[in-house]
Design a protein around this ligand. Structure first.
Ligand code: GLV
Length: 310
C-alpha cells in the first residue's frame, strides 16, 4: 500500500506530518503543491483548509482527512460529496484543549485578569483567593473534547455543569439537555466555556438571548468557532457588564482584522486560535488508520455526517 497524500494547511507543519507518516508507511508520496503532474494519483487529502480551487482536480480521491476537530473552515460546496470526510480528534488535541480550558478558567478563578490590569497601573490591591468548589463552570458541548474538559475541571474541584444537544451522563457533572436545559444551566455558571461544534443548530448561539439568561458579571471563554458568537450582542453584553470579561480563541474572520472592535478592550483577551492542535507524532496513528481504512474501502474513524455538521 503506497498512499499518495496531498497536504494543505497554513497552520500545520508539512515537514512534521511527512516525518510522522514515514513512521507508519514504508512507502508513500506526499505533495504540498497544488499544481502537480499526476493529480489522478492522489488518493488522500490531508488538509486543514481547502486549496483555493477545491479538490476537484483529484479525481480518484478516496478520503478527505481534516486536520481539525472542527470542519467549519471547509466550504461544503467545494467538497466532493461522494468522498468520505473525517475530522481528527486525538489525545494530543484533547490534551491541548483541556490545558487551554484550565488555564483560561483559572485566570478568571484566580483573578489574574484583574491583577494584569492592576499591575499595569502599579496598583497593589489584595483580593483573597477562593476555593475551586466555589466557582461554577458551564461547559457548552459534551462531545469527546467537551466531556474531557468538563471532567478535567471537575477533577480540579470546580463545580461543573455541562450542556449538550443529546443526553449525556458524566460522573460528577451536572448535565443539561436542549434549549430548556441551557436556560436552566446558564444562571448557575460563573464561567462559561464553549467547545461546541459549529453547525446550523449552534451558529450564533452566543447571542443577546443567551446572555440574557446568564448571571451578571459572567466570564466567557470561546474555544469553539467565531461563528458561535454574535459580535454586536457580545460587545453590548460587555458594555452593560452582563459579561465581566472574556477570552476568545476564535473569530468569525481569522486572522481577526486589525481594526476589529474586539481588539484593545481590556476586558477581552484574544488568542490566535491556539487552544488545541493535533501533534503529528501523536496524531499520526489515527491518521494512518484512516488512510488504511480509506484504501481498503472501509468506513473512516470520526467520519463526518455533513447533514449533522460534525
Ligand atoms: C481547531 O480549531 C480544530 O478544529 O481542531
Amino acid at each position: 500500500m503506497t498512499p499518495h497524500i496531498y497536504f494543505n494547511s497554513d497552520i500545520d507543519s508539512p515537514v512534521e506530518w511527512r516525518d510522522a507518516l514515514a513512521t507508519e508507511f514504508r512507502a508513500f508520496t506526499f505533495s504540498t503543491a497544488e499544481a502537480m503532474d499526476s493529480p489522478d494519483a492522489v488518493d488522500i487529502a490531508l488538509i486543514w483548509q481547502l486549496p483555493p480551487q477545491g479538490l476537484k482536480q483529484f479525481r480518484n480521491l478516496r478520503a478527505i482527512l481534516c486536520l481539525g476537530a472542527g470542519i467549519s473552515q471547509l466550504d461544503p460546496s467545494l467538497l466532493p460529496c461522494h468522498v468520505p470526510l473525517a475530522r481528527l480528534v486525538d489525545d494530543s488535541l484533547t490534551r491541548t484543549m483541556v490545558d487551554y480550558a484550565k488555564t483560561a478558567v483559572y485566570r478568571f478563578h484566580r483573578a489574574f485578569h484583574i491583577f494584569e490590569q492592576q499591575s499595569r497601573e502599579r496598583t497593589w490591591q489584595f483580593r483573597p483567593p477562593t476555593l475551586t468548589r466555589d466557582t461554577s463552570v458551564g461547559v457548552l458541548g459534551l462531545g469527546e473534547i467537551g466531556s474531557s474538559v468538563a471532567k478535567a475541571l471537575g477533577d480540579e474541584g470546580f463545580c461543573v455543569h455541562g450542556w449538550s444537544r443529546t443526553a449525556k451522563q458524566l460522573a460528577g457533572i451536572n448535565t443539561y439537555l436542549g434549549w430548556g436545559g441551557l436556560w436552566q444551566m446558564l444562571p448557575r455558571c460563573k464561567i462559561i466555556v464553549n467547545v461546541l461544534p459549529l453547525t446550523d443548530a449552534t451558529r450564533a448561539i452566543l447571542s443577546s438571548e443567551f446572555f440574557s439568561h446568564c448571571r451578571d458579571g459572567v466570564y466567557l471563554i470561546n474555544m469553539g468557532r467565531g461563528g458561535h458568537l454574535v459580535e454586536q450582542d457580545f460587545l453590548a453584553a460587555l458594555d452593560s457588564r452582563r459579561i465581566a470579561a472574556a477570552t476568545l480563541d476564535v473569530a468569525s474572520v481569522e486572522p481577526l482584522p486589525p481594526m476589529d472592535a474586539l481588539w484593545n478592550r481590556p476586558d477581552v483577551l484574544i488568542t490566535p486560535h491556539v487552544a488545541g492542535i493535533s501533534i503529528p507524532r501523536v496524531a499520526v496513528r489515527k491518521v494512518a488508520e484512516n488512510i488504511r481504512r480509506a484504501l481498503a474501502g472501509q468506513p473512516l474513524l470520526q467520519q463526518v455526517d455533513l447533514a449533522r455538521g460534525y
